[in-house]
Ligand binder design. Structure first.
Ligand code: ATP
Length: 217
């Protein structure tokens, strides 16, 4: 079984940026956001259910789903958000499993923003958190997505708390440093995860899960 490292973190914490750096050094990335986007776009059974539920207000002129409008819609209504997550997650997990099996690198990075919220911690061998104080999350998503501070705060309030994420994680990158510095952490973590994967494939038990928290602050 492929050695799986989950990468998680709040909105705008830097998951995509950091997973791209892992990709550049040859690690296979399985990204649940990309999988979800593809399901909504190409799985006609699922997209029909979504269209039926929300109607015209989330559609483009050509009748396709407008992801920006859908996102706005679900973040304004907790029931709608949970409904959509429950609809998509079985497919997201199935497709993740398929992609993980195809991994060529010695370990793979599974990018799962909702790892804690969906209680998926037990499905992985190690958890890497991309950590960022809320103040900076807000600044980065306002700049990137051109949304209001109120909307940014609303989205963050619906996610797991920073404390919950920290206590569930094995390794933490504090993503307030320059990307050059973060890339040094990424090199180190690649060596470390390759070692853990090697031991895992040899079925050598090494009990470093909880007492070996690596923090890059
Ligand atoms: P989402 O949860 O919305 O998918 P994310 O966690 O993938 O977001 P990114 O898109 O990688 O986050 O990063 C959010 C923003 O912060 C982007 O504009 C990115 O360029 C910027 N960013 C990421 N890391 C850093 C960093 N170390 N220093 C400065 N800016 C950064």
């Amino acid at each position: 079984m492929t050695y799986i490292v989950a990468l998680t973190g709040g909105i705008g914490s830097g998951k995509t940026t950091i997973s791209n750096s892992f990709r550049e050094i040859g690690i296979n990335i399985i990204d649940t956001d990309i999988i979800a986007k593809n399901i909504v776009e190409y799985n006609s059974q699922i997209s029909d259910i979504i269209k039926k539920k929300f109607g015209k207000k989330i559609l483009n002129i050509n009748n396709s789903i407008n992801r920006f409008l859908l996102r706005k819609h679900i973040f304004n209504n907790q029931n709608n958000r949970l409904w959509l997550e429950n609809l998509l997650y079985p497919n997201i997990l199935q497709e993740s499993k398929r992609q993980i099996k195809l991994t060529k690198s010695s370990w793979c990075l599974w990018v799962v923003p909702l790892l804690i919220e969906k209680k998926l911690e037990k499905k992985v061998h190690r958890i890497l958190l991309i950590d960022l104080p809320i103040k900076h999350q807000i600044q980065r998503i306002i700049k990137r997505d051109k949304i209001s501070i109120q909307d940014a705060k609303k989205i963050i309030s619906q996610q797991a708390t920073r404390r919950e994420r920290i206590s569930a994680s094995d390794d933490i990158i504090f993503n307030k440093k320059k990307i050059e510095k973060i890339n040094q952490y990424i090199y180190y973590l690649n060596y470390f995860y390759s070692y853990l994967a090697h031991k895992h494939y040899q079925k050598n038990k090494i009990d470093i899960k909880k007492n070996h928290l690596t923090k890059f602050y």
